[in-house]
Design a protein around this ligand. Structure first.
Ligand SMILES: [Zn+2]
Length: 58
C-alpha cells in the first residue's frame, strides 16, 4: 500500500494526502476528484487522482 501524494497548487510543494491505495486501484479511480487537506498552506485542495502519484511503498 502506498500513500497518494499531490503537489500544492499554491506553494508547489508536495504533500501526502493521507489516502492509501494500491497502484492497481489508482488506475481504476484516476478520474475521481478528491478533497485533501494540504500540510503546507492548510487549505483543502480538490485534486484529481490522476494528478497525484504514489509514494514508494513503505
Ligand atoms: Zn496547499
Amino acid at each position: 500500500m502506498s500513500t497518494l501524494i499531490f503537489t500544492c497548487p499554491k506553494t508547489g510543494r508536495r504533500f501526502e494526502s493521507g489516502v492509501d491505495m494500491e497502484r492497481d486501484t489508482l488506475v481504476k479511480v484516476r478520474g475521481i476528484v478528491v478533497r485533501v487537506h494540504c500540510a503546507h498552506c492548510h487549505e483543502v485542495h480538490e485534486q484529481s487522482i490522476k494528478d497525484g502519484h504514489l509514494s514508494a511503498a513503505a
